[in-house]
Ligand binder design. Structure first.
Ligand SMILES: Nc1ncnc2c1ncn2[C@@H]1O[C@H](COP(=O)(O)OP(=O)(O)OP(=O)(O)O)[C@@H](O)[C@H]1O
Length: 277
């Protein structure tokens, strides 16, 4: 569905992405991971057509991205960015309806039965009781559910997410990632998500792309990528990698130099575990 070939991007004199190549199949979830400043958000902006590359190409369904109009892209792909909701003055239902804008003619009309679609989305996102509430009166977690509902209303084939779980507590992180995964599986949706949380990335993504200093260090299954040596090389800290006891997927446990210097002698441990794969 998406082919990226030797994509590079510079800002002023700084090279931010260099020779990035990868592909994403229809119905797959690709997680983009990497440390701060490694180029994740920039890559997502290039993929969604917000930024243009210097060299290289991006093809969506074998057609170069620059040959799509903005409206065509908006019918095809939805992007869930942090704080991408309108500032004030709209209810939850109105905001979700905004996801239908690309499908309306200049009179604001369209053929799909919008009310039924919006009702189903409110239901799915657990927003029924909040549908008439003003957006500005919602918590961060509720707003993020509304933002995802708005992208659902767009009924995209490709969903791109930039750090969708930032500011969410663990319950809402799992809820959001579960909804996205269900949607992916039910509708054969293709998902590309930037994630900082390596444990969530390993649990919910089919494949991971690890970026470092604007270059692809590795792509592969969570088992291929969430390895102590690779993570240490890129993030500069060596976590313990363990298998999830239920799902068998890799999960990390952090280690730090000062953690063993606790006041409680019962909890004192000396040194780090020397790994383990
Ligand atoms: N519009 C811009 N102009 C100049 N430099 C930029 C611009 N956008 C991003 N950069 C730089 O490009 C580099 C990569 O930024 P980017 O936001 O893509 O990284 P990231 O991996 O998403 O980081 P983080 O995890 O901290 O969000 C950074 O050094 C950043 O300062």
């Amino acid at each position: 569905m998406i082919e990226v070939d030797r994509l590079s991007k510079r800002f002023d004199n700084q090279s931010v992405l260099e020779e990035i190549s990868f592909s994403v199949k229809r119905g797959e979830c690709l997680g983009i991971i990497g440390p701060n400043g490694s180029g994740k958000s920039t890559l997502l902006k290039l993929l969604s057509g917000v930024e243009t590359s210097m060299t290289g190409k991006i093809e969506i369904n074998r057609k170069p991205i620059e040959q799509y109009t903005r409206k065509e892209l908006a019918k095809w792909m939805a992007v869930l960015q942090q704080e991408s909701l309108p500032p004030i003055g709209f209810t939850v239902r109105e905001v979700i309806e905004m996801g239908r804008f690309p499908f309306q003619n200049w009179l604001g009309e369209e053929t799909t039965d919008i009310d039924r679609l919006i009702d189903a989305i409110l239901d799915k996102m657990g927003l029924n009781d909040l549908s008439d509430r003003q957006l500005e009166n919602l918590s961060g977690g509720e707003r993020q559910r509304v933002a995802l509902g708005k992208t659902m209303a767009q009924q995209p084939k490709l969903l791109m997410l930039d750090e969708p779980t930032t500011y969410l507590d663990i319950g809402h992180q799992v809820l959001l990632m579960d909804r996205i995964r269900e949607w992916q599986l039910e509708d054969d949706l293709t998902v590309i998500s930037v994630l900082h949380d390596l444990n969530l990335a390993a649990l919910y993504c089919d494949r991971l792309l690890l970026l470092h200093n604007g270059r692809v260090v590795a792509t592969g299954s969570p088992e291929d990528i969430i390895r102590t040596d690779l993570i240490e090389e890129v993030y500069g800290t060596a976590p313990i990698v363990m298998q999830h006891p239920v799902y068998g997927l890799p999960q990390i446990i952090l280690q730090g130099d000062s953690i063993s210097q606790r006041k409680d002698p019962a909890k004192k441990r000396v040194g780090k575990l020397e790994i383990i794969q």
